[in-house]
Design a protein around this ligand. Structure first.
Ligand code: ATP
Ligand code: MG
Length: 602
């Protein structure tokens, strides 16, 4: 197989006349004509002016209207069973969940966590918690006992929804230490949960069956806390980001402009709700838009995924680079063997999407995957390749209407520069600097749990500092360079791992690559690449030399890796991100630091 040179390509928008027109046609006009007040107007608000509640916007208002009998969620169980839930049924189930909380005496504003696979009760609990006026905190089901206890403790969680087996193995042994945890609601077969029931441990399905299926959402202010999301823990211990009900304004807006959601679409977000993407776009945004959401309980498997895209006639697909690279490894012909005429728009988030993968997707699906950028703290998509704009492979796109982004100059210490008035200094076109956003969008986080000072430090010179480095080209497109912590300084050059990794990925033998800086007395840091070879290729000293030469010819000696090593797999966290700090620690034989979110065996 030969790979194409992916640099500097432009892919024009692909708009088919048989498909609905894009929600944003003229980008510049959409930006100038935009106001968040207007965006708020697209939502209904609670009846009688009682405020704004995500659960109402996502479920109850549809249930009461024309969409009541439409499928809100199609659950695909691991064993192939399909279960459809209409908006009306979802409204009833989530009302029952809110009633269960009420009957247990759970106070509004309490923390309710799920520690479950992607089963229907996860979605019922999430939306029922929001309707109750409590704070939803999703925890990824593959976490071990320590990461779960750490997060339950930090979040002062009072209700936990989980399975009998997870409870028995990972929670029950440390229950005495979880002082705030009043109630555990178990989801499972009666035989499995019966022996575990007792004070504070309940059978959720039994409680739901007895609860009334109506519930009046209590008054909810837009600024009331709604969601607690832990970050992925890529650069250190995870942080707890707090979001409020008003975030739904951004979920709705970004779903419309960045994902191009249209009513009646079938939409599939492959992220687990344990991460912010799986909640903002795997639950809230699509339901607020009244689309049919696909929830797949299974894990990534190329055959299964293509089968879902084809059979379910998915119109909009939101996935991640790590998944796309895995599909790529399964071969282009497997993708082409599936007929996907319904797929209108595909997008990716979580890590930089290398140009090679964008071009591959064009070949495999007849259309490019559109990269977009955001983080737990921003609550929703901020920068994106939009359906109606050309795609510049390797670029994360342009700020959404309503979002002001900038690249700020950094001084020698790495901190952003402030002028004599305390204002931040822009970095200038094409120059690498810190990616920053003008505060004020509705889904901006309102705090880091228990870390007020850290939260305050994120805001400087009138900007929210993202901690990522990027540059902006003369036409306004943003290009990711690396996380502030991962960027390499070698002999006076600032080197972004993404650029080097993207180049290595163009070599036919490279399936995955991660680039780190090894401390060096003379150069400061030396660029080292760790590579996973693709099927049909063998790691060897000759291949390592060839890769160094290949990168040098494209990037120049100052930026190309000094050395290339081979690994069987890259250490990734459970949201699929490469954890370069762990890779570096391994290379140097140092302790690995917080590994609570690392994939098992990674
Ligand atoms: P932690 O903050 O705990 O280290 P994290 O930053 O990985 O973890 P998330 O909030 O899940 O936690 O991830 C957001 C980060 O992921 C962004 O700040 C950015 O570094 C990276 N990211 C997300 N989307 C993209 C993208 N399209 N291109 C490049 N990087 C991306
Ligand atoms: Mg982060």
């Amino acid at each position: 197989m030969t790979k194409t040179t992916a640099s500097a390509r432009r892919l024009p928008p692909q708009l088919r006349p048989d498909q609905p027109p894009p929600n944003v046609v003229d980008y510049d006009q959409s930006c100038t004509g935009f106001s968040w007040d207007q965006a708020r107007g697209a939502l209904e608000g609670l009846p009688d002016g009682r405020g704004l509640n995500i659960g109402h916007e996502a479920v109850d208002r549809h249930a009461a209207g024309a969409l009541g009998s439409q499928t809100a969620i199609r659950h695909l169980a691991r064993d192939g069973e399909v279960r459809d839930v209409t908006y009306r049924e979802l409204a009833a189930a989530t009302s029952q969940f809110a009633q269960v909380l009420e009957r247990l005496g759970v106070a509004q504003g309490s923390g309710v966590a799920t520690y479950l696979g992607r089963v229907p009760e996860l979605y019922t609990a999430a939306l029922g918690t929001l309707k109750h006026g409590s704070v939803f905190c999703p925890l990824f089901s593959a976490f071990g006992p320590e990461p779960v206890a750490q997060r339950l403790g930090l979040g002062a969680i009072s209700v936990l929804v989980t399975t009998p087996s997870l409870y028995r193995r990972r929670i029950s042994p440390q229950r005495a230490d979880l002082r705030d945890l009043d109630h555990v609601l178990l989801v499972g077969e009666p035989d499995a949960l019966a022996p575990l029931l007792g004070p504070g441990v309940w059978d959720l399905r039994a409680l739901l069956a007895e609860a009334p299926s109506t519930w009046e959402i209590p008054p909810t202010r837009p600024e009331d806390p709604a969601l607690l999301h832990f970050t992925s823990g890529t650069t250190g211990a995870p942080k707890g980001a707090i979001h409020v009900h008003e975030a739904v304004v951004a979920h709705h807006h970004t779903g419309r402009v960045a994902l191009d959601l249209h009513p009646g679409d079938v939409f599939w977000c492959t992220a687990d709700p344990g991460w912010v993407t799986g909640t903002s776009y795997g639950i809230i945004a699509p339901l607020v838009h009244g689309v049919t959401l696909i929830c797949d309980e299974g894990e990534l498997d190329a055959e299964r995924w293509y089968g879902i895209l084809e059979r379910e006639r998915v119109a909009v697909w939101y996935t991640a680079p790590t998944a796309l690279r895995m599909l790529q490894r399964a071969g282009t012909s497997l993708a082409q063997a599936h007929d996907l005429p319904h797929l209108r728009f595909a997008a990716s988030v979580g890590e930089p999407l290398d140009p090679e993968s964008v071009l591959w997707s064009q070949e495999a699906f007849g259309q490019p995957v559109h990269d977009n950028w955001w983080q737990t703290e921003t609550g929703g998509i901020m920068i994106a390749n939009l359906r109606a704009l050309e795609v510049r492979p390797g670029s994360m796109g342009r700020p959404l209407p309503g979002i002001t982004a900038a690249i700020l100059a950094r001084g020698a210490s790495g901190a952003v520069e402030l002028d004599q008035h305390g204002d931040a200094v822009p970095a200038g076109p094409g120059t690498v600097g810190e990616l920053a956003l003008r505060p004020g969008w509705p889904s901006m986080f309102r705090g880091y749990l228990g870390e007020e000072e850290r939260y305050r430090r994120c805001f400087q010179g009138g900007w929210y500092l993202t901690g990522d480095l990027a540059r902006q080209d003369a036409d306004g497109w943003f290009w990711f360079v690396g996380r502030g912590d991962d960027v390499i300084k070698s002999a006076g050059h600032l080197i972004g791992p993404f650029e080097v990794e993207s180049t290595l990925l163009e070599h036919p033998s490279v399936a995955e690559a991660a680039v780190i800086g090894i401390p060096d007395a003379v150069a400061g840091q030396l660029v080292r690449a760790l590579v996973v070879v693709g099927p049909e290729h063998e790691a060897s000293p000759e291949l390592a030399r060839e890769l160094v030469g290949f990168a040098r010819a494209r990037l120049g000696a100052a930026v190309a890796p000094r050395s290339v090593g081979f690994v069987d797999a890259l250490p990734k966290n459970r949201s699929g991100k490469v954890v370069r700090r762990v890779l570096l620690a391994r290379e140097l034989g140092l302790p690995e630091g917080d590994t609570s979110t690392l994939e098992e065996g990674a």
